[in-house]
Design a protein around this ligand. Structure first.
Ligand code: NAD
Length: 354
């Protein structure tokens, strides 16, 4: 039996990862999540029923809890999804980003190092610490070029600065102490169960409710988009086959300006004949004051993971977007419970029961 500690598993990407890998023969999953506003146990309800999954409500900054969990569960790998992840929130209140993304990651690394040092030589060899990070650490690109693993870090927002700092600590723990770490830097994810504060779910829900579709500035900020399950496949591959100490860029080969994403969502809702109160949907688009310091363009060169580990995205953007829009159409009650705060009460019920 192999046991993975998955931190931040009640969030968007961690939840998708759990739904993909829970139930695999020979795999036990221990989920550690403090259930901030972004943690939603309803999203992983099916996973929590699996007897090989244990949920623990706790903070990655809690050294005592970490030490106990790692030893008690005989963890073979840590996959760190836990983070404050929303750029706009980091601009309004950066401190939580330092506390969780920088200090929390450091505490998690330190507890993991102490546990790793207590293992036998073969166990130490096989152990992995995988840190899930973002392409935003590289800063903003001009019209040309892509981020590679050798691009110097140049973070611009408090969110990306905190993630960059955490990446450096992870690298330092490999370089200094030999902890077998891996870092993945991925582009923008989208898919089912994404918290309705991020671009794609906001636009879908606003269109369904006949509200304006707010686009920052001229809408020409370019991001590379990847369906969340493709990201999770890449993470599992890096975990199993990545070289300790290495970093891997993950992307969708799918550069789109924000305004084009919004238009694609409108087209998709039209195609699916969604019941929207106001049409044409594109008339709902409104430009709003741009985010301060908004990066202009991100693009990922993922040739390293493609050539060394054989990974590439399995879905086109059109397929992934249609799957996502369909999901939100069928799960308006999920969004409703998030917006009303009901999901947090559910979370407490689950967490107390385990
Ligand atoms: P999310 O905000 O949806 O989920 C984060 C989860 O971490 C939540 O369940 C939250 O409760 C938990 N958490 C927060 N602070 C914690 C703490 N101190 N201790 C324990 N748990 C805590 O985030 P996401 O979109 O799923 O992103 C997961 C990771 O992937 C993050 O590290 C993020 O930086 C990275 N990433 C995200 C994207 C993206 O497009 N969403 C792209 C690339 C990388």
């Amino acid at each position: 039996m192999t046991t993975w500690l998955v931190t931040g598993g009640a969030g968007f990407i961690g939840g998708a990862f759990l739904r993909m890998f829970a139930g695999q023969p020979g795999l036990r999953l221990v989920v550690l999540d403090s259930l901030t506003y972004a943690g939603n146990l309803e999203s992983i309800e099916s996973v929590l029923l699996d007897p090989e999954v244990r949920f623990v409500r706790g903070d990655i900054g809690d050294s005592e809890l970490l030490g106990k969990l790692l030893a008690e569960e005989q963890i073979d790998a840590v996959i760190n999804f836990a983070a404050e992840s929303h750029v706009d929130r980091s601009i309004d209140s950066p401190e939580a980003f330092v506390v969780t993304n920088v200090l929390g990651t450091f505490k998690l690394l330190d507890a993991t190092l102490a546990y790793w040092e207590s293992l036998s030589e073969p166990q130490r060899e096989a152990f992995r610490f995988l840190h899930v990070s973002t392409d935003e650490v590289f800063g903003s690109l001009g019209k040309e070029g892509k981020f590679t693993e050798r691009t110097p870090y140049s973070p611009n927002s408090p969110y990306s600065a905190s993630k960059a700092s955490s990446d450096h600590f992870v690298g330092a723990y490999h370089h200094t102490y030999g902890l077998p770490t891996l870092i993945t830097n991925c582009s923008n994810n989208y898919g089912p169960y994404q918290f309705p504060e991020k671009l794609i779910p906001v636009m879908i829900m606003n269109a369904l409710e006949g509200k304006h579709l707010p686009v920052y500035g001229d809408g020409q900020q370019v991001r590379d988009w990847l369906f969340v399950d493709d990201h999770c496949d890449a993470i599992a591959l890096v975990l199993r086959e990545g070289v300790p100490g290495a970093t891997y860029n993950i992307g969708g080969d799918c550069e789109r300006a924000n305004i084009d994403i919004v238009h694609a969502i409108c087209d998709c809702l039209d195609e699916l004949q969604a019941d929207c109160p106001s049409r044409p949907l594109k008339d709902l688009v409104r430009s709003v004051t741009d985010r301060p310091g908004h990066d202009r363009r991100y693009a990922i060169d993922f040739s390293k993971i493609h050539q060394e580990l054989g990974w590439s995205p399995q879905r086109s953007f059109e397929e992934g977007l249609q799957q996502t829009v369909r999901w939100y159409l069928q799960h308006r009650d999920w969004v409703q419970r998030v917006r009303s705060g009901e999901y947090r009460r559910q979370g407490v019920r689950f967490a107390d029961a385990t």
